[in-house]
Design a protein around this ligand. Structure first.
Ligand SMILES: [Zn+2]
Ligand SMILES: [Zn+2]
Length: 261
């Protein structure tokens, strides 16, 4: 069914007016911080909690779609611990974000994302999201492989691998160093390098967060999207990336015999 063009125009002009009002009313720092926090709440916390509630609301449906068997699933105590660690990481990332924004504004540096009254053009959104996806994949793939070097794996990355059968929230169950350098920066830096509009950054961030909650969900939904990363949690030495591009290039898309546990 096609949406009439005048309705589309009306929605777009209302959205433009609403955004222009936000930009005119609040400081760029406030917009960047609050907007980023809201995206995290709606595209990571909310979908993660929905995935996890499936076990309680529809247990038989949940069991039918779980990738790994029931005995491997975490118990309630482990889930509660995961919640606390992820909350700590969220607070740490938000505290660092506020500190950087505060320091930058005192130094007279404006936001590295573009915060302006006009909306980004569709072609610009597509270009920036595509390039950000590639840059994020490179940063995450190599960062993640470095974290599997034994000297770094044991003190840092082993924590993230505690869930051999992951759950959505476990996407951010990680050592604080890993959370900042492997989870947060590979997503937030590419749009800053590109000087992207803050709305493009939020779109990219939202996609990445829904994606990470889904690939850790432990469910076979969305064409088995979780299977690749689920296998990384189960077997350790394959599927380091998210898109699979660098795993294909480096031959880490297939299981090798040696396990680092
Ligand atoms: Zn890993
Ligand atoms: Zn993971």
């Amino acid at each position: 069914m096609e949406v009439p063009k005048d309705i589309l125009d009306q929605v777009l002009s209302q959205a433009t007016a609403f955004w222009a009002h936000i930009v005119a009313t609040y400081s760029p720092q406030k917009i960047e911080f609050v907007g980023t926090l809201l995206i995290q709440l709606f595209t990571f916390w909310l979908p993660s909690i929905c995935y996890m509630l499936l076990d309680v609301i529809a247990p038989s449906f949940s069991q039918r779609h779980k990738i790994q068997p029931a005995p491997k699933q975490p118990n309630r105590r482990e889930i509660a611990h995961c919640f606390l660690v992820v909350l700590q990481n969220q607070l740490l990332a938000s505290a660092l974000h506020i500190t950087v924004l505060y320091a930058a504004s005192h130094a007279g540096i404006k936001s590295t994302y573009r915060i302006e009254a006009s909306l980004p053009a569709p072609v610009e959104i597509l270009r920036d999201v595509f390039l950000s996806l590639l840059m994020r994949e490179a940063l995450f793939y190599y960062g993640h492989r470095i974290l599997h070097i034994p000297a770094l794996y044991i003190p840092i990355h082993k924590k993230h691998h505690r869930f051999t059968a992951p759950i959505a929230l476990a996407a951010q169950f990680a050592h604080p160093i890993e959370h900042i350098f492997a989870n947060t920066l590979p997503i937030s830096l590419p749009p800053q390098f590109l000087g992207s509009h803050v709305l493009t950054f939020w779109l990219f961030l939202g996609y990445e967060l829904v994606n990470t909650a889904t690939v850790h969900s432990g469910y076979d939904f969305f064409c088995h999207k979780a299977k690749m990363h689920d296998l990384h949690h189960e077997k350790f030495n394959l599927n380091y990336g998210s898109l699979g591009l660098f795993d294909w290039v480096h031959g880490t898309d297939k299981l090798k015999k040696r396990h680092i546990a």
